[in-house]
Write a protein that binds this ligand. Sequence first.
Ligand code: TTP
Ligand code: MG
Length: 371
Amino acid sequence: MKTDRKIIHVDMDAFFAAVEIRDNPQYKGKPLIVGGKPNSRGVVSTCSYEARKYGIHSAMPSYQAYKLCPHGIFVKPDFDAIKEASQIVRKIFFEYTDLVEPVSIDEAYLDVTENKKNITIATEIANKIKMKIFEETRLTASAGVSYNKFLAKIASEMDKPDGLVVIPPTKAQEILEKLPIGDFYGIGNVSEKKMIYLGIRSGKDLKERSLTELIKHFGKAGTFYYNIVRGKDNRPIITHRIRKSLGCERTFAKDISDVKEMLDVLEKISQKISSKMKENKFKAKTLTVKIKYANFDLVSRSKTLAEAFDKKDILFHLGRKLLLETLGPECKIRLLGLSVSNLVREGDKINDQQMLDFFSETELAMGDEEE
Ligand code: TTP
Ligand code: MG
């Protein structure tokens, strides 16, 4: 097994909430919930650790968070400040290595086996990165250090917030055996339930199952599970991940059935996506409209053109056509979205930094309330 790589996983602590608290110190120590307002139909993006004590978590409907903690402070994310912090953090990574794999806006893997500062101890690098992040953003990050991505990610989760955990090859087996099955990164809710049904509750239980059995129950993922529980993960750091789609959607404050209102929103979304495409110099060949009806039924419909497009008018007219074809009479909808895929890059002129900035963007956010 390959154990000679030095991988660091860095993940910012309560990222959107931490940015908010830094910029509004009066929120410090309070249950702060970032995302949709409690009286809206939005969801929680994240919340402070104080709010987590009430059982609030990302993706929970905001009204539910409000029920759990009526005295909580509810704010919307400050995307400019978030983006700025994310970019500063990313620059710091590149001071140490070019082998950086951004996973999301607040998270990345770094391969520092060889690094620009010739530091041999990865933990020292992780520590320096954490200190520099704090110096330059006044935000804390947690870091995990190990010999592969899977273990580095597990390590960064182990002592949040502001943690730094190292998993050396000698400790990996013991840590993995004790790990609850739901904490294995890559085992989602559905697989976790299935594992528990099969009597697999911890890494130790998982390790007792044969490769054949795991493949039988989990298909290809079975091989991945079989390997990771043995501390085996040879996945490289992927520095140039290419975005495959870009989308934007809007949940209405109230279900709407007025087609004109839907088209107004569709036009705004088309403008937003088109600007982003132009800014990042790419076009798309496929457009998809997504509709969630009042009863939560989800429908999407796509159209692919022979020629790639990026103009707002094309997005809007094509989106309009798909929407009108899909809608039945008197339909009430709660969500409307557009996305583009089958992306085509303008030449190959785009440079690495632009790519990274682009990748770091979360899906384009739209307000969850009517403007
Ligand atoms: P996470 O790193 O998953 O969460 P976090 O940084 O808030 O908290 P932790 O200390 O546990 O790492 O996600 C990073 C940011 O991404 C988070 O601050 C808000 C945003 N986000 C959403 O908007 N919706 C989501 O469902 C999730 C999971 C995150
Ligand atoms: Mg985080």
